[in-house]
Design a binder for this molecule. Structure first.
Ligand SMILES: Nc1ncnc2c1ncn2[C@@H]1O[C@H](COP(=O)(O)OP(=O)(O)OP(=O)(O)O)[C@@H](O)[C@H]1O
Ligand SMILES: [Mg+2]
Length: 368
């Protein structure tokens, strides 16, 4: 699967761009704030139907313009596919596969798998559990359609349960039967999601450990642990035991919506508190490369890889590790951003990697 052509109108600071892309490596090079990451985000949009950086679609329209359009021409096997994403202020987002609107955006997820490695990944370590759950969910959704459907159904039921708890508290009534009807469905979906997350992580963690030990040259051990209240008790029991508390709080305090990934280093120390910056970077890269490898195995072809700010995120050894993977044909189509106009092209040329360079300046993109 390759993105052969990308065109943009009024996307963030880019007024217009029409880029014929290389099937191996594409470099977007330029100074700070010129629009390199914006180009990666446009490619991200085409795979995930949304921005990696800003969830509010209308804020990705170029300042004081009424709309943006992103279009991508992909080839999958012998087939050519056109993906269109249009956002106009005050109207619903248009997302089309070969000119046909999707009935549900979720149907698109996973068709054009993509992994992004960016300095913003440190949020996975620094922020609360929601960020890590999103990472987990978005990864699973790339190859497990049922998972995404179950998750969306779970979230709907959860919102319904919370609204009911709130309403009953306001009216000072309590209808146990009503809550139980919701709970039966919530438990069913919750159990399915918990099982999928558990099965997935059993496969994923060894791949992650392998990448970490490769990158860190076996310097120290790391751990990735799946925390879920459902690991030690049935969801049914958890809801029952916490019902009074949930009534008082007027929301559902326990369930798979509170699951977390626990990042540990040197066996049992918190990565956030005790790991050095370099160790944290290695952890994140291992996590992302494991994501890449896992999706590649499941799909049978490599996802598109976006490497944002490659030399900021990675020191030279780690950059070489990744570029060596490209040179060994382990990666698929790759997009790299960097501020230096010469560094990445030089390394790629030395490794004999086929690549194309674009210079980005004030949102305009030129083939070099
Ligand atoms: N909706 C928008 N409309 C117009 N410009 C925008 C919009 N959103 C972001 N920008 C501009 O895009 C620019 C940032 O682009 P981007 O993040 O792609 O830079 P970059 O080349 O990756 O820089 P760096 O090297 O610092 O990472 C900023 O100047 C910002 O003001
Ligand atoms: Mg950037």
């Amino acid at each position: 699967m390759f993105l052969n052509h990308l065109s943009l109108i009024n996307f963030k600071n880019c007024t217009e761009a029409s880029l014929q892309l290389n099937q191996a490596v594409n470099c977007f090079l330029g100074n700070n704030g010129e629009g390199k990451t914006n180009l990666l985000d446009a490619i991200y949009y085409l795979s995930y139907t949304k921005s990696y950086f800003n969830a509010i679609d209308s804020q990705n329209i170029k300042f004081s313009e009424p709309f943006f359009v992103i279009q991508g021409e992909y080839s999958i096997g012998n087939e050519n596919v056109n993906i269109y994403c249009g956002v106009k202020k005050g109207t619903k987002k248009q997302f089309k596969f070969n000119k046909k609107n999707y009935t549900k955006l979720a149907e698109h997820i996973g068709k054009f798998p993509l992994v992004i490695i960016t300095p913003y990944d440190s949020n996975l370590i620094l922020e609360g559990s929601e960020t890590r759950r999103k990472f987990l969910d978005s990864l699973l959704s790339q190859f497990n359609k049922e998972y995404l459907d179950n998750l969306m159904a779970y979230n709907k039921l959860l919102a319904q349960r919370n609204a009911t708890l709130k309403q009953m508290a306001e009216r000072q009534t309590f209808n146990q039967d009503f809550i139980e009807v919701i709970d039966i469905q919530l438990i069913e979906k919750g159990n399915l999601i918990h099982r999928e997350r558990k099965l997935f992580l059993e496969e994923f963690i060894p791949i992650f450990n392998r990448f970490y030990s490769d990158i860190s040259k076996d310097h120290e051990q790391v751990n990735l642990i799946y925390n879920s209240s459902l690991n030690s008790d049935s969801f049914e029991n958890i809801l029952k035991v916490n019902l009074n508390k949930d009534r008082a709080l007027t929301y559902t305090s326990k369930g798979i919506h509170k699951d977390d990934l626990d990042f540990r280093i040197m066996n049992d120390y918190s990565l956030k508190k005790f790991a050095s910056q370099g160790q944290q970077k290695s952890f994140l890269i291992a996590l992302k490369l494991a994501q890449f490898e896992y999706i590649k195995q499941k799909k049978g072809f490599p996802p598109i890889l976006l490497l944002d700010d490659i030399f900021d995120k990675l020191d030279e050894n780690r950059v070489n590790y990744i570029l060596q993977m490209i040179a060994n044909n382990k990666l698929g189509q790759t997009f790299i951003t960097d501020t230096s106009l010469t560094k990445t092209p030089e390394i790629l040329s030395n490794l004999n990697v086929n690549h194309q360079v674009f210079k980005v300046e004030k949102g305009a993109v030129h083939l070099v």
